[in-house]
Design a protein around this ligand. Structure first.
Ligand code: GLC
Ligand code: CA
Length: 625
């Protein structure tokens, strides 16, 4: 129990644990009693042997849905809310506990709904407010929960708050966004207030002719940043984006760009990393600003009134555990958990435009283990995941995307890694059937992601007629495009993969492999990746003391091909052994610390030779000595 503030833990239990569920099989648990804050009454809480407080959301399997690409119910080529409702039974049967929906709000879709023009309306092609209420209710009726995406670092430029803000310098909402005059050089030419670079385009400031000032946007110009320093603005955000939906019964939020609300509002120039370029990377100035924890504390008070759970996207984060803990320590009362985006970006070098790096398993092991180790012995909690809507597909990233057979084995072994790790497990749509990146052969015109489209526009200007230059640009787009994860979900082997009916043109092209990789083909096939995932998700619950809450230990850290780790809880152990290469590997067997009495719980091949791991083979052992 060292390291716990019992009173704070008690609050955590009372506020969040009240929703029930989440009790483990008792063997490992200590039934602990706490004095409440006033010291007068006694409340009970279940704590694992490692000191983790037990809550339903720690044990949940969360499935992320990208509404545009999940299921089109009315054949306009765009996924929709009714489409999701039709697939709820599929998700329940898979073993999903929570669905997490990417933005479904009214939006001009410059950034696929992350540019919201009205938090209280639904993007028309997706459906109506009534449809969304039905989705919430139908999800609950199946014993599942639902999270929405909370995008409140910025709005769309079409949001009425921004429209008012830009209308005049003395509009009451002027200060709800960041407006600054131009900086004039010696020759009298106007320039943006500083040299910050945005994520999607070049300068982070755009000139607005109407009032002759610049406004800040750390993403696209159509996505102006809210000024969180303004209290009225914060209250309006809480009312419209947060409370409105909590009142309608959702269970929590995935929170977009959660560490960017507080910025350095003196707006200094960023250091020159690219000499001669007009703008410079500036994330250290617009993330983790001085008031970030104060703002998150405010948000948390709203969540707590509804027992709502929060999972934050900590982007551009320095690799320092001491900082991350401030966001997720239970006693800090900020977020329940965050995503470690370093894991999703694996194989792509941070901050450099270098493209995919040759995959080094030792580095992946180090990063995943660092994340596992760091939470151990703290009152914090983590997520585990490999995919989301912003990153390339994991099977392609980790090199198993060669033949269908490899893809199935590769998908299974990645699933085996996640299954036995500590943390809340997040799956992204299509991951359960092994969907892969789009082919290299697709022309740039197939991509819809604002980042990719911008890159292509810039390449055409830069390259003129040079085919070589254009080929390099297309390669770069292919390596990074977020569209790999946004292609239509592959439901069956019919035209359009069952996403839309035959004859319809979906908003984005269906991947070429839909005939061999789809839900219809995998369902009930005992050897399929989908059925394997179902089995693993059941095992994860059956052995949650070990897999979800157990102590993690990396073995053979320097082995260049094998990923071997042990979980331990109260004398029970599991051992996950993964060959992450396309070659056979000798294996010396479980270490003596695993104990002599062990059995093989699961394997993704039929190989019977214990001392040799075949290509992409994964094994999961249990021991109880
Ligand atoms: C997050 C989202 C991403 C979006 C960005 C701006 O990173 O995951 O899809 O483009 O925020 O809202
Ligand atoms: Ca539709």
């Amino acid at each position: 129990m060292a390291g716990f503030n019992l009173a704070e833990l008690l609050i955590e239990f009372v506020n969040v644990g009240g929703k029930g569920g989440g009790l483990s099989n008792g063997v490992l648990l200590r039934h602990t009693q706490f004095l409440d804050l006033a010291g007068s009454s006694v409340t009970s809480c279940l704590i694992t042997s490692l000191g983790f407080a037990i809550f339903w959301w720690k044990e949940a399997v969360v499935y992320e849905i990208y509404p545009a690409s999940f299921k089109d119910s009315n054949d306009d080529g765009v996924g929709d809310i009714q489409g999701i409702i039709r697939k709820l039974d599929y998700l329940r049967d898979l073993g999903v506990d929570v669905i997490s929906l990417c933005p479904h709000y009214q939006s001009p879709q410059v950034d696929m709904g992350y540019d919201i023009s009205d938090y209280n309306r639904i993007h028309e092609p997706y459906g109506t407010l009534e449809d969304v209420q039905t989705l919430i209710d139908e999800t609950h009726a199946r014993g599942m929960r639902i999270f929405f995406d909370l995008v409140i670092n910025h709005s769309s430029n079409l949001h009425k708050f921004f429209q008012e803000s830009r209308s005049s310098k003395d509009n009451p909402k002027r200060d709800w966004y960041f407006w600054r005059p131009a900086k004039y050089d010696a020759d009298g030419y106007p320039h943006p207030p500083n040299n910050w670079r945005s994520h999607f385009t070049v300068p982070a400031w755009t000139w607005d002719q109407n009032t002759e000032e610049y406004y800040l946007h750390i993403y696209a110009p159509e996505m102006p940043d809210f000024n969180w320093e303004n209290e009225e603005c914060r209250q309006a955000i809480y009312e419209t984006a947060v409370i409105f939906w909590l009142e309608r019964g959702i269970d929590g939020f995935r929170i977009d760009t959660v560490n960017k609300y507080s910025k350095d509002v003196s707006f200094p120039d960023a250091e020159i990393r690219y000499p001669g370029e007009e703008t410079q990377p500036a994330s250290s100035y617009y993330r983790n600003g001085p008031r970030i924890h104060e703002f998150l504390g405010e948000l948390r008070r709203h969540f707590d009134r509804y027992d709502a759970i929060s999972v934050g996207e900590l982007s551009s984060f320095p690799r320092v555990e001491a900082e991350v803990i401030k966001f997720i320590s239970a006693r800090a009362r900020q977020l329940n958990m965050v995503f470690n985006l370093d894991i999703a970006k694996f194989g792509q070098e941070r901050g450099k435009r270098k493209g995919l790096q040759p995959f080094v398993i030792v580095d992946l092991k180090r990063e995943m283990s660092r994340w596992q180790d760091f939470v151990s012995g703290t009152d914090a909690w983590i997520t585990i995941f490999l995919e989301n809507h912003d990153n390339i597909r994991s099977i392609s990233r980790f090199g198993a995307d060669v033949s269908l057979e490899d893809r199935i084995l590769g998908g299974k072994l990645l699933a085996m890694i996640l299954t036995a790790m500590t943390g809340t497990l997040f799956l992204y749509q299509g991951q359960e059937i092994g969907m892969t990146n789009s082919p290299r052969s697709w022309p740039a015109e197939e991509y819809r992601d604002v980042k990719s489209v911008n890159k292509w526009i810039q390449a055409q200007e830069r390259c003129k007629e040079s085919q070589e230059c254009l080929d390099i640009a297309l390669e770069d787009i292919w390596e990074h495009t977020r569209d790999h994860a946004r292609l239509p979900m592959q439901w069956d082997d019919g035209e359009n993969a069952g996403f839309s009916s035959a004859g319809v043109t979906p908003w984005i092209r269906v991947n070429d492999d839909w005939k061999e990789t789809n839900v219809g083909k995998q369902i009930k096939d005992p050897n399929s990746l989908l059925e394997f995932w179902k089995k693993l998700l059941r095992l994860r619950k059956d052995y949650k003391d070990l897999f979800i809450y157990g102590h993690y230990e990396l073995l053979e850290a320097d082995n260049a091909d094998l990923f071997v780790f042990m979980k331990e809880a109260h004398g029970k152990r599991s051992l996950t052994v993964i060959n992450m290469s396309a070659d056979k590997k000798r294996w010396k067997g479980p270490p003596s610390s695993f104990g002599p009495n062990y059995k093989l719980l699961l394997q993704n091949t039929a190989n019977a030779d214990e001392s040799v791991l075949s290509a992409w083979e994964g094994r999961l052992y249990l021991s109880s000595s």
